[in-house]
Ligand binder design. Structure first.
Ligand SMILES: [Zn+2]
Ligand SMILES: [Zn+2]
Length: 317
């Protein structure tokens, strides 16, 4: 029997602040997508790993962050163009909604300010600062994180993660993405399952299987006009595979991928199918922390649960 994991990169404006021309539809959809995903996951009672950018949990900031060892200009956009866009820079209400959800979600980290860890200019000092700042803010909220998702899946400084108590991260997908993923799975009958493993730093790598919004633009419209949403078909294949064989089907997305109701429909179709297969088989839905614990236990390494507990919940009120 296999399992299904769903992870989300929750970032609002931070996913785009370093881009010369941030995509407006995505930037403006971060809040609606966050709420839509929380509601859908509640409707189907599906726990997910939410990797949150730490800055969103701040009450306010000076836009300078002089004590943070980021390169010059890293915080320019929040000081400039987005100075009056607190809705893109902060998200305390949304994080509270996540933590207070009836579903047993996993709170995870997506860095403090969306620094790309794999870049050569991201030195160890910056990686440490991003992790320590995220951990300190989480602690102020009465929580901690066990899983980490690299911005743009740019894996790097894994030793720093291991030293800061992280136990799992999302690794690169071994599969091709977008249209090629549809081709590989549907035509070439290639597996969408991944095998999480303990890497050389003692971290559990939970590789991605499928980015749920890797098939967009005109090709999506054409495909949907003659057929069903190909990404829904692909996700169903992965879910079906996980019900019949060992291995993990790991889907991921950003809340800001839900830019229109058409995107909400995609997620509803996938989640309702997952819910159905879970109830008519032994399939389990896991968070990344669940996977890490399972893998470590099977190797005889202790894994402590870090679910959002009742005591922490009480302290936010
Ligand atoms: Zn700031
Ligand atoms: Zn991101």
């Amino acid at each position: 029997m296999g399992s299904v994991v769903l992870s989300l990169d929750a970032e609002l404006g931070w996913g785009f602040h370093d881009l010369p021309e941030p995509p407006t539809d995505r930037v403006e959809s971060g809040r609606r997508g966050w709420t839509a995903m929380l509601e859908l996951l509640e409707e189907f009672d599906i726990p997910a790993t939410w990797a949150v950018v730490g800055h969103l949990m701040l009450e306010s900031c000076d836009g300078v962050h002089a004590d943070h060892p980021a390169p010059d200009g890293w915080f320019d956009r929040e000081r400039g163009e987005w100075q009056d866009r607190e809705d893109l820079r902060f998200g305390r209400g949304l994080v509270r909604d996540l933590l207070e959800s009836d579903v047993d979600h996993e709170f995870a980290s997506h860095t403090f300010s969306h620094v790309l860890f794999g870049r050569p200019e991201t030195d160890r000092e910056l990686a440490v600062a991003e992790l320590e700042r995220s951990a300190a803010i989480a602690e102020e909220w009465g929580c901690s994180f066990e899983s980490f998702i690299y911005p743009r899946n740019d894996v790097g400084h894994r030793d720093v993660l291991a030293e800061h108590g992280v136990s799992a991260y999302r690794g690169w997908t071994p599969n091709r993405e977008g249209v090629r993923a549809v081709f590989d799975s549907m035509v070439r009958d290639r597996s969408l399952l991944v095998e999480p493993f303990v890497d050389e730093y003692g971290l559990v790598n939970v590789p991605a299987s499928l980015f749920l919004f890797g098939f967009e633009g005109p090709a999506r419209s054409v495909a949907e006009s003659i057929w069903e949403d190909p990404m829904v078909a692909l996700a169903r294949c992965g879910i079906d595979e996980a019900t019949t064989s060992d291995g993990t089907f790991h889907m991921w997305l950003h809340p800001n991928n839900l830019t229109t109701e058409r995107d909400d429909r995609r997620m509803r179709a996938i989640l309702s199918y997952l819910d159905r297969r879970r109830s008519d088989s032994d399939l389990v839905v896991e968070t990344m922390a669940d996977v890490a614990r399972r893998i470590r236990c099977s190797r005889g390494v202790d894994g402590e649960p870090t679910r959002i507990d009742a005591q922490a919940k009480a302290s936010w009120n």
